[in-house]
Design a protein around this ligand. Structure first.
Ligand SMILES: Cc1cc2nc3c(=O)[nH]c(=O)nc-3n(C[C@H](O)[C@H](O)[C@H](O)COP(=O)(O)O)c2cc1C
Length: 185
């Protein structure tokens, strides 16, 4: 099984990208492959006029990466109580053509971190809604790491054992090992 990690932050020292890499360690511990998508910044603003064939090169690469994965794990920050624009834009590209889009029926899970108190809960909720609209199979779990600058180490591991376990459960749920587990932290 191959899991593709997608961070909603382009920042070099992003807490969300680090959290994703920590999740990736857990994915690999379960014997699955894990890779973080690194091409989000190159994806142009969505323009239906440009959405012909496979789309612009950066978009084609994104669509291929999704199509080649068995499951997707998103980690998103929250910008002004919502999803970062770059991430929404990329999903808009991936959502077309609507009937055959690469997200359709793809198992996806969402986690997130922010430096605010609530750990990007609103952005995660909106991201799950948007992914649901594309036809992805969205896991309903949530992992919200608030005050991420204080509660994640340099490799993205949560300092709180309960959140370490919630991260592991998020991964297991995505991998299909667990079902209907409430892992909200
Ligand atoms: C444009 C912008 C808007 C933000 N809005 C929120 C917000 O609504 N809620 C929140 O908890 N943090 C907000 N933050 C702070 C982010 O949580 C913080 O920058 C975080 O480190 C971003 O995630 P990253 O480390 O993965 O880049 C905002 C940051 C930026 C740059």
């Amino acid at each position: 099984m191959r899991v593709l990690g997608i961070s909603g932050s382009l920042r070099r020292d992003s807490h969300n990208t680090k959290l994703l890499r920590a999740a990736g360690e857990l994915v690999e511990a379960e014997g699955a492959e894990f890779e973080v998508f690194d091409g989000l910044k190159a994806i142009p603003p969505y323009d239906e006029d440009d959405d012909v064939g496979n789309g612009p090169d950066a978009v084609a690469r994104f669509r291929e990466a999704i199509a080649g994965a068995d499951a997707l794990l998103f980690s998103t920050p929250e910008y002004n109580s919502s999803i970062p624009g770059v991430l929404k834009n990329a999903i808009d590209w991936a959502s077309r053509p609507i009937a055959t889009n690469v997200l359709r029926n793809k198992p996806v899970a969402v986690i997130g971190a922010s430096t605010g108190m609530f750990g990007a809960v609103w952005a995660q909720a909106e991201l799950r809604k948007v992914l649901g609209a594309t036809g992805a199979r969205v896991r309903e779990n949530e992992l919200a790491i608030g005050h991420a600058h204080e509660h994640l180490d340099d490799a993205g591991h949560p300092d709180d054992p309960a959140q370490q376990e919630a991260l592991r459960e998020s991964v297991l749920l995505l991998l299909g090992e667990l079902e209907n587990v409430d892992v909200a932290a």
